[in-house]
Design a protein around this ligand. Structure first.
Ligand code: GDP
Ligand code: MN
Length: 346
């Protein structure tokens, strides 16, 4: 059961000296944090930074999720960090553990193979559970039902700049569904048959592919092969209604039935990215260039001087992953440059 899903703070408990924007100018949004009791120091550091750089001025609620109950010590250390509402939720078992119909001996030999090949988390079952949960289930959690937009965070990230506007309201006003800061290529050994499955799904469900999709970000040959580009999902500001929608639900069910979350090591990042790129117009995806962000070992720092100065950014603006060798940002940007070129006839 969900015995520990309860409100710690209610909105009305906020100290009177805190002036938040009026409710009607805010979006229906929350901060989402999947983590373990052992992640405590990284969790504290992340929440402190998100509060200092952004949420102190906006007061969006926090939802923390765990596949095991959070300890009272954990909850105490974390809830002291903010006046914003904060709830702690338990992930239901059926959203987390390896399904019974997965052939464990096949999954086990895949894990052994990846361990021998030195693939990161190659032999981990819990990592696979986490990737599957983030792909298909987090937005179904009862604590997230009231919300549409979310900002996903992870332990030990860095938020380098002040965010002086509301990114959720930005998403809503501009009809964005998926926001990212870093994009690069996936480890091929974790996804040997993912693209074949995607192509099979496209054949079965051409109706879900938007005519203004971002396939050219994912592929150099219009979909024959995947270039492994994806958005790094440890940062996401996105719209859960997209994941809850018909196309994504059909897509997740299709991938789930292939067993690739366990027979390979499909990540939530490529799964989310492929869906975001194909099932909607490409301009629904937004690069948050003004959000300075680090998740080891990569970071994005605003390059433009004005943007960097406005955000009082604590990062070196020349130290940014944007156009590093492995980055896929230029492919994403080319989606729009080409369009502009065609429009101007240049
Ligand atoms: P990496 O960023 O790919 O190296 O993966 P992480 O270890 O950071 O995991 C991704 C996110 O899932 C982080 O927010 C972790 O705290 C969380 N996470 C990973 N494994 C588990 C787990 O077994 N249980 C819980 N509750 N959270 C997990
Ligand atoms: Mn991480």
């Amino acid at each position: 059961g969900h015995t520990e899903n309860h409100d710690i703070y209610l909105d009305s408990d906020l100290p009177s000296h805190i002036q938040l924007p009026p409710k009607e100018t805010r979006a229906n949004a929350t901060l989402v944090f999947l983590c373990r009791n052992d992640d405590l120091s990284g969790v504290v550091s992340t929440i402190q930074q998100v509060e200092d750089r952004f949420n102190r001025k906006f007061g969006y609620p926090w939802v923390l999720l765990n596949d095991e109950p959070f300890t009272d010590y954990f909850k105490g250390r974390v809830s002291v960090l903010t006046d914003a509402p904060m709830t702690f939720g338990l992930v239901p078992r059926e959203h987390w553990v390896q399904p019974d119909w997965i052939d464990e001996s096949k999954a086990e030999s895949a894990r052994r193979m990846m361990r021998m090949q030195g693939v990161v988390y190659g032999d981990s079952v819990s990592y696979r559970n986490m990737c599957r949960f983030n792909s298909g289930f987090f937005f179904k959690h009862e604590l997230l039902q009231p919300f549409r937009y979310y900002w996903r965070v992870e332990p030990g990230i860095k938020l380098y700049c002040d965010l002086d506007y509301d990114p959720f309201v930005f998403m809503e006003k501009n009809k964005k569904t998926y926001g990212f800061t870093i994009t690069f290529d996936e480890i091929p050994k974790t996804v040997p048959t993912l693209w074949d499955s995607v192509k099979e799904f496209i054949q079965e469900h051409p109706e879900y592919i938007d005519k203004n999709n971002a396939m050219d970000y994912l592929s150099e040959d219009h979909g024959m092969t995947w270039n492994l580009c994806h958005f790094w999902s440890n940062f996401e500001i996105a719209d859960m209604d997209f994941w809850r929608g018909e196309a994504y639900q059909a897509f997740f069910d299709f991938l789930e039935a292939k067993g690739g979350f366990y027979y390979e090591r499909w990540g939530d990042a490529p799964v989310h990215s492929i869906a975001a790129a194909l099932f909607q117009p490409k301009d629904r995806i937004h690069f948050f260039s003004d959000i300075g962000y680090r998740h080891d070992p990569f970071q994005h720092c605003p390059r433009g001087y004005a943007e960097w100065q406005r955000g009082k950014c604590a990062c070196d603006r020349h130290d940014t992953f944007d156009y590093a060798g492995q980055s896929c940002l230029w492919r994403f940007e080319d989606l729009f440059y080409m369009e502009r070129r065609n429009e101007t006839g240049a």
